[in-house]
Ligand binder design. Structure first.
Ligand code: AMP
Ligand code: MG
Length: 350
C-alpha cells in the first residue's frame, strides 16, 4: 500500500508545480484601467499587465492616438480632413492624411460589397434629419429627394498615389460616423500591441475590441444590450482577440406619434432602416465589425444574413422588431438555466 502511494505523491507534486508555473503568471497580472470622453462617447479600457507603469504608459499613447485620429475624421471638427473634403466638394481634390485615405478606401469597399447599403456620403440625409444637432425633424418629401440625389458613394474619387480625395459634385458630403470609432479603436489597440500589451479590452460606446484572452486564459465575455430595456442584456458573447460592434435603433432617435425615427438611414429611401432593431457583428477587427453592423442594419434580416455569410471570419447577431434573436452559421446559442442567452463561436478562432 505504502509503495503505491509514492507515485501519487510525485504526480501531485508535479501538478502543483505546473499549477504554480501556469496559473501564477496570470495571477501576477495587474489590471490597469482608464476612462475618457472622446469621439462623443465614453471610451473605457482595461489592460492586464505585469508592469502597471508600462500599462499606464501604453494607455496614454493609445488615447493620444484616438485624439489624433478623431481630429482627421470628424466632420464636425473644423479643419479635419473630412471637413476639408466636404468644403471642396465639386471644386477640388484635397490632400488627406494616410489614415483618412485608409478609412475612405476601406469604406468604399464596404459600400460596394453591401450594394450601397453602407454609404459614407450619407451626410446630407443625416443633416436633414438633424441627428447630432439636437434639433431633429421628419423631413418633407421635396427636401428628402434633394438630399437623396446627393447620396452616392460612387461620387467619391480617390487618388491613392497622389493622396487626394475629391467629391465630384457640390453638396456631396462625407460622414464617417458609421465607421470612425471602429477604425480608431483598431489603431488604439495596435498601439497597445506595439507596447507589448497582450491582454486588453477597449470599448468606445459599444464598439469593442479585445486583445488576446483574459490572463486566466478564458475569453472575454461581452454583454449585448437589450435593445428595448437598457438595464437588461439580450445575450452574452464570448470572444478572444477580435472585435464586436453593435448598431442599434436606440442609440440616437426621436419619436413622433409612437413611431421611432433613428439615425441609421437607408440610402435608397432616405428613411431610417426598418426591420431590425439591433445588429451585432463579430469580426477580427473593429473596422469590419463597425462597417458591417451598420450595413447589415440597413439591409435587414435576410439580405443582412446573406451578406455576413459571404464574408469569411465575420458573424452576426440580429434582433428583429419582434425581439427575436437570429445568428449566422458560425455561432452557437445556448440558453443557460437562468435563461441567459449565451453565444459562442463554433467555426471561427475567436
Ligand atoms: P453605427 O452606430 O456604427 O451603425 O453608425 C451610425 C452612424 O453612421 C450614423 O449616426 C451616421 O453618422 C452614419 N450612417 C447612418 N446611416 C448610414 C449608412 N447607410 N451608411 C453609412 N453610414 C451611415
Ligand atoms: Mg457601424
Amino acid at each position: 500500500m505504502k509503495k503505491r502511494l509514492i507515485p501519487y505523491v510525485v504526480i501531485v507534486a508535479i501538478l502543483a508545480a505546473l499549477f504554480i508555473l501556469v496559473i501564477r503568471p496570470a495571477g501576477d497580472a495587474k489590471k490597469v484601467t482608464r476612462t475618457e470622453f472622446l469621439m462623443d462617447t465614453i471610451v473605457e479600457s482595461l489592460i492586464y499587465t505585469k508592469d502597471s507603469k508600462l500599462g499606464d504608459e501604453a494607455l496614454t499613447y493609445a488615447y493620444r492616438e484616438i485624439s489624433r485620429l478623431e481630429k482627421f475624421l470628424d466632420r464636425h471638427i473644423s479643419g479635419s480632413d473630412v471637413t476639408k473634403i466636404n468644403q471642396a466638394a465639386g471644386r477640388e481634390q484635397v490632400l488627406v492624411s494616410v489614415d483618412a485615405m485608409e478609412v475612405i478606401i476601406r469604406s468604399l469597399e464596404v459600400g460596394e460589397l453591401s450594394g450601397g447599403a453602407f454609404d459614407i456620403t450619407i451626410a446630407p440625409l443625416i443633416k436633414l434629419w438633424g441627428f447630432g444637432t439636437g434639433d431633429t425633424q421628419i423631413p418633407g418629401e421635396a427636401e428628402l429627394s434633394e438630399a437623396l440625389d446627393l447620396v452616392d458613394y460612387r461620387q467619391v474619387q480617390v487618388d491613392r498615389e497622389a493622396g487626394t480625395v475629391f467629391l465630384q459634385h457640390a453638396g456631396v458630403e462625407l460622414d464617417l460616423g458609421g465607421i470612425a470609432k471602429g477604425f480608431i479603436i483598431d489603431k488604439a489597440v495596435e498601439v497597445l500591441r506595439d507596447k507589448g500589451i497582450t491582454s486588453a479590452y477597449f470599448d468606445a460606446g459599444g464598439d469593442i475590441r479585445v486583445l488576446g484572452d483574459k490572463p486566466d486564459g478564458t475569453p472575454w465575455r461581452i454583454g449585448i444590450r437589450h435593445p428595448r430595456d437598457r438595464r437588461d442584456i439580450a445575450a452574452i458573447v464570448e470572444i478572444r482577440d477580435s472585435a464586436i460592434v453593435t448598431s442599434g435603433d436606440y442609440e440616437r432617435y426621436f419619436q413622433v406619434n409612437d413611431e421611432r425615427y433613428h439615425h441609421i438611414i437607408d440610402p435608397q429611401t432616405g428613411m431610417p432602416a426598418r426591420g431590425l432593431i439591433s445588429v451585432t457583428v463579430v469580426a477580427a477587427d473593429a473596422f469590419t465589425a463597425d462597417a458591417y453592423s451598420t450595413a447589415v442594419f440597413v439591409l435587414g434580416l435576410e439580405q443582412g444574413i446573406a451578406l455576413v455569410e459571404s464574408l469569411p471570419g465575420v458573424e452576426a447577431i440580429l434582433i428583429t422588431e419582434d425581439e427575436q434573436v437570429h445568428i449566422t452559421s458560425g455561432l452557437a446559442i445556448q440558453i443557460t438555466e437562468d435563461e441567459q442567452v449565451h453565444i459562442t463561436a463554433i467555426s471561427k478562432g475567436w
